[in-house]
Design a protein around this ligand. Structure first.
Ligand code: UFG
Length: 320
Protein backbone atom coordinates (compact mmCIF):
# COMPACT_ATOMS: atom_id res chain seq x y z
CA UNK A 1 0.00 0.00 0.00
CA UNK A 2 1.29 3.44 -0.97
CA UNK A 3 0.25 7.05 -0.52
CA UNK A 4 -0.76 8.31 -3.95
CA UNK A 5 -1.20 11.97 -4.87
CA UNK A 6 -3.85 12.19 -7.61
CA UNK A 7 -4.07 15.51 -9.49
CA UNK A 8 -7.35 16.19 -11.27
CA UNK A 9 -8.92 13.78 -8.77
CA UNK A 10 -12.46 15.12 -9.29
CA UNK A 11 -12.29 14.80 -13.08
CA UNK A 12 -13.70 12.05 -15.24
CA UNK A 13 -10.67 9.75 -15.42
CA UNK A 14 -9.19 10.91 -12.09
CA UNK A 15 -12.31 10.05 -10.08
CA UNK A 16 -12.68 6.57 -11.59
CA UNK A 17 -8.99 5.96 -10.89
CA UNK A 18 -9.35 7.06 -7.24
CA UNK A 19 -11.99 4.32 -6.82
CA UNK A 20 -9.69 1.65 -8.26
CA UNK A 21 -6.72 2.85 -6.15
CA UNK A 22 -8.75 2.81 -2.93
CA UNK A 23 -10.21 -0.61 -3.80
CA UNK A 24 -6.63 -1.87 -4.27
CA UNK A 25 -5.71 -0.69 -0.76
CA UNK A 26 -3.80 2.47 -1.62
CA UNK A 27 -4.17 5.71 0.34
CA UNK A 28 -5.28 8.59 -1.87
CA UNK A 29 -4.64 12.31 -1.54
CA UNK A 30 -6.63 14.10 -4.25
CA UNK A 31 -6.13 17.63 -5.50
CA UNK A 32 -8.17 19.46 -8.14
CA UNK A 33 -8.73 23.12 -9.06
CA UNK A 34 -12.43 22.28 -9.65
CA UNK A 35 -12.17 24.49 -12.76
CA UNK A 36 -13.94 21.83 -14.85
CA UNK A 37 -15.13 19.34 -12.21
CA UNK A 38 -17.14 19.10 -9.02
CA UNK A 39 -16.22 18.09 -5.47
CA UNK A 40 -19.36 15.92 -5.53
CA UNK A 41 -17.28 13.43 -7.52
CA UNK A 42 -14.99 13.05 -4.48
CA UNK A 43 -18.01 12.36 -2.21
CA UNK A 44 -19.12 9.69 -4.68
CA UNK A 45 -15.63 8.12 -4.79
CA UNK A 46 -15.69 7.85 -0.98
CA UNK A 47 -19.22 6.43 -1.07
CA UNK A 48 -18.14 3.76 -3.60
CA UNK A 49 -14.82 2.76 -2.03
CA UNK A 50 -13.09 4.21 1.05
CA UNK A 51 -12.17 7.55 2.64
CA UNK A 52 -9.63 9.74 0.87
CA UNK A 53 -8.13 13.16 1.49
CA UNK A 54 -9.09 16.01 -0.83
CA UNK A 55 -7.90 19.59 -1.21
CA UNK A 56 -8.87 22.23 -3.75
CA UNK A 57 -5.41 22.99 -5.14
CA UNK A 58 -4.46 24.12 -8.64
CA UNK A 59 -1.28 22.56 -10.05
CA UNK A 60 -0.34 26.06 -11.27
CA UNK A 61 -0.05 27.18 -7.63
CA UNK A 62 3.51 25.99 -7.04
CA UNK A 63 3.54 27.02 -3.35
CA UNK A 64 0.32 25.13 -2.64
CA UNK A 65 1.55 22.06 -4.53
CA UNK A 66 4.78 22.16 -2.53
CA UNK A 67 2.86 22.44 0.75
CA UNK A 68 0.82 19.33 -0.20
CA UNK A 69 4.06 17.39 -0.76
CA UNK A 70 5.50 18.62 2.57
CA UNK A 71 2.37 17.79 4.55
CA UNK A 72 1.28 14.59 2.80
CA UNK A 73 4.63 13.01 1.79
CA UNK A 74 3.16 11.00 -1.12
CA UNK A 75 5.05 7.98 -2.49
CA UNK A 76 3.81 8.47 -6.05
CA UNK A 77 1.89 10.88 -8.26
CA UNK A 78 -0.84 10.17 -10.81
CA UNK A 79 -1.03 13.37 -12.85
CA UNK A 80 -4.43 13.82 -14.56
CA UNK A 81 -4.94 17.57 -14.09
CA UNK A 82 -4.95 19.42 -17.39
CA UNK A 83 -6.92 20.94 -20.23
CA UNK A 84 -8.05 18.65 -23.05
CA UNK A 85 -10.19 20.34 -25.70
CA UNK A 86 -8.39 20.22 -29.04
CA UNK A 87 -10.34 23.08 -30.66
CA UNK A 88 -9.97 25.36 -27.65
CA UNK A 89 -6.22 24.73 -27.61
CA UNK A 90 -5.94 26.30 -31.07
CA UNK A 91 -7.67 29.47 -29.79
CA UNK A 92 -5.75 29.79 -26.52
CA UNK A 93 -2.44 27.90 -26.95
CA UNK A 94 -0.66 29.75 -24.14
CA UNK A 95 -3.32 28.67 -21.65
CA UNK A 96 -2.84 25.04 -22.74
CA UNK A 97 0.94 25.20 -22.46
CA UNK A 98 0.74 27.02 -19.13
CA UNK A 99 -1.64 24.55 -17.50
CA UNK A 100 -0.39 21.32 -19.06
CA UNK A 101 3.35 22.02 -19.18
CA UNK A 102 3.89 24.35 -16.22
CA UNK A 103 1.52 22.31 -14.03
CA UNK A 104 3.72 19.25 -14.63
CA UNK A 105 6.93 21.21 -14.05
CA UNK A 106 5.57 22.37 -10.66
CA UNK A 107 4.84 18.77 -9.68
CA UNK A 108 8.26 17.49 -10.82
CA UNK A 109 10.04 20.24 -8.86
CA UNK A 110 8.19 19.36 -5.69
CA UNK A 111 8.78 15.64 -6.27
CA UNK A 112 12.55 16.10 -6.59
CA UNK A 113 12.59 18.34 -3.50
CA UNK A 114 10.55 16.00 -1.31
CA UNK A 115 11.97 12.61 -2.33
CA UNK A 116 8.91 11.42 -4.25
CA UNK A 117 10.20 9.23 -7.10
CA UNK A 118 7.25 7.87 -9.09
CA UNK A 119 4.93 9.67 -11.51
CA UNK A 120 2.43 8.41 -14.06
CA UNK A 121 1.37 11.03 -16.58
CA UNK A 122 -1.90 11.28 -18.55
CA UNK A 123 -0.75 11.48 -22.13
CA UNK A 124 -2.87 10.96 -25.20
CA UNK A 125 -2.93 9.20 -28.55
CA UNK A 126 -3.22 12.73 -29.90
CA UNK A 127 0.62 12.91 -29.72
CA UNK A 128 0.67 10.73 -32.87
CA UNK A 129 -1.41 13.19 -34.96
CA UNK A 130 -2.64 11.55 -38.17
CA UNK A 131 -0.56 8.36 -38.31
CA UNK A 132 0.53 6.83 -41.64
CA UNK A 133 0.07 3.25 -40.46
CA UNK A 134 -2.33 1.37 -38.18
CA UNK A 135 -2.53 0.09 -35.55
CA UNK A 136 -0.50 2.69 -33.67
CA UNK A 137 2.47 1.30 -31.75
CA UNK A 138 4.77 3.22 -29.42
CA UNK A 139 7.27 3.36 -32.34
CA UNK A 140 4.79 5.35 -34.48
CA UNK A 141 6.27 8.86 -35.02
CA UNK A 142 5.20 11.59 -32.57
CA UNK A 143 3.66 14.29 -34.79
CA UNK A 144 0.99 16.21 -32.86
CA UNK A 145 -1.17 18.57 -34.93
CA UNK A 146 -2.71 20.79 -32.22
CA UNK A 147 -1.37 22.88 -29.32
CA UNK A 148 -3.11 20.39 -27.00
CA UNK A 149 -1.26 17.47 -28.60
CA UNK A 150 2.03 19.36 -28.51
CA UNK A 151 1.56 20.18 -24.81
CA UNK A 152 1.28 16.43 -24.10
CA UNK A 153 4.31 15.63 -26.29
CA UNK A 154 6.37 18.38 -24.58
CA UNK A 155 5.57 16.98 -21.16
CA UNK A 156 6.70 13.53 -22.27
CA UNK A 157 10.05 15.09 -23.28
CA UNK A 158 10.27 16.97 -19.98
CA UNK A 159 9.77 13.69 -18.11
CA UNK A 160 12.62 12.11 -20.10
CA UNK A 161 14.91 15.10 -19.42
CA UNK A 162 14.09 15.04 -15.73
CA UNK A 163 14.83 11.32 -15.43
CA UNK A 164 18.20 11.89 -17.14
CA UNK A 165 19.10 14.41 -14.42
CA UNK A 166 17.45 12.51 -11.55
CA UNK A 167 18.06 8.79 -12.16
CA UNK A 168 16.10 7.83 -9.03
CA UNK A 169 12.94 9.19 -10.68
CA UNK A 170 10.58 6.72 -12.37
CA UNK A 171 8.11 8.07 -14.90
CA UNK A 172 5.58 6.59 -17.26
CA UNK A 173 3.34 8.32 -19.78
CA UNK A 174 0.13 6.48 -20.58
CA UNK A 175 -1.20 7.45 -24.01
CA UNK A 176 -4.95 7.14 -23.73
CA UNK A 177 -7.06 6.41 -26.77
CA UNK A 178 -10.78 7.41 -26.44
CA UNK A 179 -11.99 6.98 -22.85
CA UNK A 180 -15.75 6.41 -22.54
CA UNK A 181 -18.25 4.74 -20.22
CA UNK A 182 -18.87 5.19 -16.51
CA UNK A 183 -18.70 3.39 -13.19
CA UNK A 184 -21.20 0.49 -13.07
CA UNK A 185 -22.92 2.06 -10.05
CA UNK A 186 -24.02 5.02 -12.18
CA UNK A 187 -22.68 7.31 -9.41
CA UNK A 188 -19.64 8.51 -11.38
CA UNK A 189 -19.35 9.50 -15.02
CA UNK A 190 -18.45 12.20 -17.47
CA UNK A 191 -20.25 15.53 -17.09
CA UNK A 192 -18.50 18.23 -19.14
CA UNK A 193 -19.38 21.90 -18.75
CA UNK A 194 -21.18 23.43 -21.74
CA UNK A 195 -21.60 21.75 -25.12
CA UNK A 196 -19.56 18.52 -25.20
CA UNK A 197 -16.70 18.32 -27.71
CA UNK A 198 -16.46 14.57 -27.53
CA UNK A 199 -18.78 12.04 -29.10
CA UNK A 200 -19.95 9.97 -26.14
CA UNK A 201 -21.13 12.76 -23.81
CA UNK A 202 -22.90 14.33 -26.79
CA UNK A 203 -24.63 11.02 -27.57
CA UNK A 204 -25.69 10.64 -23.94
CA UNK A 205 -27.01 14.21 -23.66
CA UNK A 206 -29.02 13.56 -26.84
CA UNK A 207 -30.34 10.31 -25.37
CA UNK A 208 -31.76 12.18 -22.35
CA UNK A 209 -33.24 14.95 -24.52
CA UNK A 210 -30.76 17.68 -23.59
CA UNK A 211 -29.68 17.92 -27.26
CA UNK A 212 -31.87 17.46 -30.36
CA UNK A 213 -29.60 15.23 -32.41
CA UNK A 214 -26.03 14.01 -32.75
CA UNK A 215 -24.21 15.54 -35.69
CA UNK A 216 -22.04 12.83 -37.23
CA UNK A 217 -18.97 14.60 -38.57
CA UNK A 218 -18.49 13.12 -42.05
CA UNK A 219 -20.04 10.11 -43.77
CA UNK A 220 -17.62 9.85 -46.69
CA UNK A 221 -14.44 8.55 -45.05
CA UNK A 222 -12.73 5.46 -46.46
CA UNK A 223 -14.16 3.24 -43.72
CA UNK A 224 -16.81 0.48 -43.99
CA UNK A 225 -19.76 2.76 -43.08
CA UNK A 226 -18.09 6.05 -44.09
CA UNK A 227 -17.79 7.40 -40.51
CA UNK A 228 -14.59 7.77 -38.48
CA UNK A 229 -13.18 4.90 -36.47
CA UNK A 230 -11.71 5.24 -32.98
CA UNK A 231 -10.44 2.94 -30.23
CA UNK A 232 -12.95 3.52 -27.40
CA UNK A 233 -11.76 2.25 -24.01
CA UNK A 234 -13.93 1.90 -20.91
CA UNK A 235 -12.82 4.40 -18.25
CA UNK A 236 -12.63 1.66 -15.58
CA UNK A 237 -10.23 -0.34 -17.78
CA UNK A 238 -8.18 2.83 -18.14
CA UNK A 239 -8.27 3.41 -14.38
CA UNK A 240 -7.04 -0.15 -13.79
CA UNK A 241 -4.14 0.40 -16.20
CA UNK A 242 -2.92 3.10 -13.77
CA UNK A 243 -3.08 0.76 -10.78
CA UNK A 244 -1.14 -1.86 -12.78
CA UNK A 245 1.40 0.76 -13.88
CA UNK A 246 1.98 1.87 -10.28
CA UNK A 247 2.57 -1.71 -9.22
CA UNK A 248 5.08 -2.31 -12.03
CA UNK A 249 6.82 1.05 -12.18
CA UNK A 250 9.76 -0.04 -10.01
CA UNK A 251 10.66 -2.80 -12.51
CA UNK A 252 9.99 -0.80 -15.67
CA UNK A 253 12.40 2.10 -15.67
CA UNK A 254 13.08 1.84 -19.40
CA UNK A 255 9.47 2.14 -20.66
CA UNK A 256 8.70 5.86 -20.90
CA UNK A 257 5.33 5.61 -22.71
CA UNK A 258 2.62 3.04 -23.33
CA UNK A 259 -0.50 2.98 -25.49
CA UNK A 260 -3.65 2.35 -23.48
CA UNK A 261 -6.41 1.22 -25.81
CA UNK A 262 -8.29 -1.93 -26.74
CA UNK A 263 -6.92 -2.65 -30.21
CA UNK A 264 -10.50 -2.65 -31.57
CA UNK A 265 -11.91 0.17 -33.69
CA UNK A 266 -15.55 1.31 -33.72
CA UNK A 267 -17.22 3.76 -36.09
CA UNK A 268 -19.29 6.75 -35.00
CA UNK A 269 -22.44 4.99 -36.26
CA UNK A 270 -21.56 1.80 -34.33
CA UNK A 271 -21.28 3.89 -31.15
CA UNK A 272 -24.62 5.63 -31.76
CA UNK A 273 -26.32 2.31 -32.57
CA UNK A 274 -24.90 0.57 -29.48
CA UNK A 275 -26.00 3.52 -27.33
CA UNK A 276 -29.49 3.37 -28.89
CA UNK A 277 -29.76 -0.32 -27.97
CA UNK A 278 -28.53 0.42 -24.44
CA UNK A 279 -31.06 3.20 -23.80
CA UNK A 280 -33.87 1.36 -25.61
CA UNK A 281 -34.69 3.98 -28.23
CA UNK A 282 -33.19 5.36 -31.41
CA UNK A 283 -30.85 8.29 -30.69
CA UNK A 284 -31.49 10.96 -33.35
CA UNK A 285 -28.49 11.64 -35.55
CA UNK A 286 -27.62 13.20 -38.89
CA UNK A 287 -24.51 13.10 -41.05
CA UNK A 288 -23.00 16.57 -41.53
CA UNK A 289 -19.70 17.99 -42.82
CA UNK A 290 -16.40 16.53 -41.71
CA UNK A 291 -14.80 18.16 -38.65
CA UNK A 292 -11.43 19.72 -39.62
CA UNK A 293 -8.43 17.81 -38.32
CA UNK A 294 -10.16 14.45 -37.76
CA UNK A 295 -8.21 11.35 -38.81
CA UNK A 296 -10.31 8.66 -40.53
CA UNK A 297 -9.07 5.91 -38.26
CA UNK A 298 -7.18 5.77 -34.93
CA UNK A 299 -6.58 2.36 -33.37
CA UNK A 300 -4.06 1.34 -30.72
CA UNK A 301 -1.77 -1.60 -30.67
CA UNK A 302 -1.92 -2.16 -26.88
CA UNK A 303 0.43 -5.19 -26.91
CA UNK A 304 3.29 -3.43 -25.11
CA UNK A 305 1.01 -2.30 -22.26
CA UNK A 306 -0.25 -5.87 -21.91
CA UNK A 307 3.31 -7.21 -21.87
CA UNK A 308 4.70 -4.59 -19.48
CA UNK A 309 1.75 -4.13 -17.13
CA UNK A 310 0.04 -7.52 -17.25
CA UNK A 311 -3.09 -5.49 -18.06
CA UNK A 312 -5.69 -5.54 -20.79
CA UNK A 313 -9.08 -3.96 -21.40
CA UNK A 314 -11.91 -6.32 -20.49
CA UNK A 315 -15.09 -4.21 -20.92
CA UNK A 316 -17.12 -4.66 -24.11
CA UNK A 317 -18.94 -2.05 -26.19
CA UNK A 318 -22.15 -3.25 -24.52
CA UNK A 319 -20.60 -2.61 -21.06
CA UNK A 320 -19.60 0.84 -22.24
N1 UFG B 1 -17.83 13.06 -33.45
C1 UFG B 1 -19.04 13.26 -34.09
N2 UFG B 1 -19.95 14.11 -33.53
C2 UFG B 1 -19.69 14.76 -32.33
C3 UFG B 1 -18.44 14.55 -31.69
C4 UFG B 1 -17.54 13.69 -32.29
O1 UFG B 1 -19.30 12.68 -35.16
O2 UFG B 1 -20.53 15.54 -31.88
C5 UFG B 1 -16.87 12.10 -34.04
C6 UFG B 1 -15.53 12.73 -34.39
O3 UFG B 1 -15.56 13.27 -35.68
C7 UFG B 1 -14.60 11.53 -34.25
C8 UFG B 1 -15.25 10.67 -33.17
O4 UFG B 1 -16.60 11.12 -33.08
O5 UFG B 1 -14.61 10.80 -35.43
C9 UFG B 1 -14.58 10.84 -31.81
O6 UFG B 1 -14.48 12.23 -31.53
P1 UFG B 1 -14.07 12.78 -30.09
O7 UFG B 1 -14.09 14.27 -30.17
O8 UFG B 1 -14.89 12.13 -29.04
O9 UFG B 1 -12.60 12.22 -29.88
P2 UFG B 1 -11.29 12.37 -30.81
O10 UFG B 1 -11.03 11.03 -31.39
O11 UFG B 1 -11.40 13.54 -31.69
O12 UFG B 1 -10.17 12.62 -29.73
C10 UFG B 1 -10.07 13.85 -29.05
C11 UFG B 1 -8.60 14.19 -28.92
C12 UFG B 1 -7.90 13.24 -27.99
C13 UFG B 1 -8.58 13.26 -26.70
C14 UFG B 1 -10.00 12.89 -26.90
C15 UFG B 1 -10.72 12.95 -25.60
O13 UFG B 1 -8.00 14.12 -30.19
O14 UFG B 1 -6.59 13.64 -27.78
O15 UFG B 1 -10.63 13.79 -27.80
O16 UFG B 1 -10.70 14.24 -25.10
F1 UFG B 1 -7.96 12.39 -25.86
Amino acid sequence: MSRILVTGAAGYIGSHTCVELLNSGHEVIGIDSLANSSAVAIDRVIELSAPMTFEQVDVLDAAAVDRVFREQQPDAVLHFAGLKAVGESVEVPLLYHRVNVLGTVNLLRSMTQHGCHDIIFSSSCTVYGNPDTLPITEATPIRPISPYGRSKAFVEKILTDTVAAHPDLRTMALRYFNPVGAHASGRLGEDPLGVPNNLMPYVMQTAVGQRDEVRVFGGDYATPDGTCIRDYIHVVDLARAHVAALDRLADLQTVPALNVGTGVGRSVLEIINAASVAVGSEIPHRIVERRPGDAAEVIADPALATEMLGWEATHTLEDI
